[in-house]
Design a protein around this ligand. Structure first.
Ligand SMILES: *Cc1c(COP(=O)(O)O)cnc(C)c1O
Length: 378
């Protein structure tokens, strides 16, 4: 099955009992048993719910794994994955991971003895040196936010395997439509489904897929024990969003390449970060491991004042955090998502005050281009 077909026919299609072509929303907490302990696959909705199960089967198919899991947010998904580890374990992570991932590792899980350190995983050679005796997992985000850095997943998974450590990939930016980390050697892939998978800025959710039965059983045990599950309504909304993921991602990409081309020729833009650009340092790796470059682009307009002026003038780009939805969003990472990172560290990473990040939506590209043009006129 090709990806666009899989988005619609993957997982569980419709409802056997009635012929409904959409999986029903099973708004239910418990299930009648035919005898004590004799149930029909569902006993209590924290353990399993038919609507959530359909979503979990769908994401499992889309990521080409063995088991799928749905959580109440991307961070709940990540926390559950980290609970596969134990006190005394160490995780080596991409240095510019999502801020919430950095926060949960350094402010919450550290208190339970799970240690994290950070390395530029785009530089594969630097990883080996950072592996410790107690390193149990490599956590990779690619592409990253807001600088769209790329990590070579195949190379990294090879290093992890050689050291008997797990490779975990945050695949939020690429989505399973463009990139499938499990097929490149990763063990666990996770998503903030709040972004492209949902796609309409109306649901917060997290998804995980694993490619090993034992890890699958362990993660189900954690999901059921800690209980951060996704409800049936939101599971249904996600499935509805996922059906159009293919056409959305194709359009996001088309609009983005038009905008990147426009920005590349603009005198007021000093730097553009987009993996689809041949000048991107990891363009070849991006091309090798993903089928598309996505709809996120960052560019530098030189100063905080200029960035603020652009943000004030745009009409079709909504000033907001988050990404991956039908409406275009714009942000200044230094003042918003990355404000908690000290200025010196931000400068080191390249997150300057004039850096603008856009999540290109599905509006008509001509309107987006005209809008940027008037906003950049200064
Ligand atoms: C948003 C995001 C998360 C966190 O997901 P939530 O659904 O907001 O909890 C994790 N990773 C990346 C890359 C994200 O963009």
């Amino acid at each position: 099955m090709r990806k666009k077909t899989q988005l619609i026919h993957g997982g569980i299609f419709g409802d056997e009992a009635t012929g409904a072509v959409s999986v029903p929303i099973y708004q239910v907490s418990t299930y009648k048993q035919d005898g004590p302990g004799d149930h029909r696959g569902f006993e209590y909705s924290r353990t399993g719910n038919p609507t959530r199960h359909a979503l979990e089967e769908l994401i499992k198919d889309l990521e080409e794994g063995k088991r799928g899991f749905a959580f109440g947010s991307g961070m709940a998904a990540m926390t559950a994955v980290m609970m596969l580890l134990s006190s005394g374990d160490h995780v080596l992570m991409t240095d510019d991971v999502y801020g919430g991932s950095f926060r949960v590792m350094t402010k919450v899980l550290n208190r339970f003895g799970i240690e994290a350190s950070f390395v530029n995983t785009s530089d594969v050679d630097s990883i080996q040196n950072e592996i410790r005796d107690n390193t149990k997992a490599l956590f990779i985000e690619t592409p990253t936010n807001p600088l769209l850095k790329i990590t070579d997943l195949e190379a990294v998974a090879k290093i992890a395997k050689a050291n008997s450590i797990l490779t975990i990939v945050d695949n939020t930016f690429s989505t399973p439509y463009w990139q499938n980390p499990l097929t490149l050697g990763a063990d666990i892939v996770l998503h903030s489904a709040t972004k492209y998978l949902g796609g309409h800025s109306d649901v917060v959710a997290g998804l995980v897929v694993v490619n090993d039965e034992k890890i699958g059983n362990d993660l189900h045990f954690i999901q059921n024990s800690t209980g951060g599950v996704l409800g049936p309504q939101d599971s249904w909304l996600l499935m509805r969003g996922i059906k159009t993921l293919g056409i959305r991602m194709e359009e996001h990409e088309k609009n983005t390449s038009r905008i990147v081309e426009y920005l590349s020729g603009h005198a007021g833009v000093s730097k553009i970060y987009y993996p689809g650009l041949e000048s991107h340092p990891n363009h070849e790796i991006a091309k090798k491991q993903s089928r598309g470059f996505g709809g996120m682009v960052s560019f530098d307009v030189g100063s905080a004042e200029k960035a603020a002026a652009v943000l004030n003038k745009v009409k079709f780009f909504t000033l907001a955090e988050s990404l991956g939805a039908v409406e275009s969003l714009i942000s200044v990472p230094a003042l918003m998502t990355h404000a908690s990172i000290p200025a010196a560290r931000r400068a080191e990473l390249g997150i300057t005050d004039g850096l603008i990040r856009i999540s290109v939506g599905l509006e008509d590209a001509e309107d987006l281009l005209e809008d940027l043009e008037q906003a950049l006129r200064g």
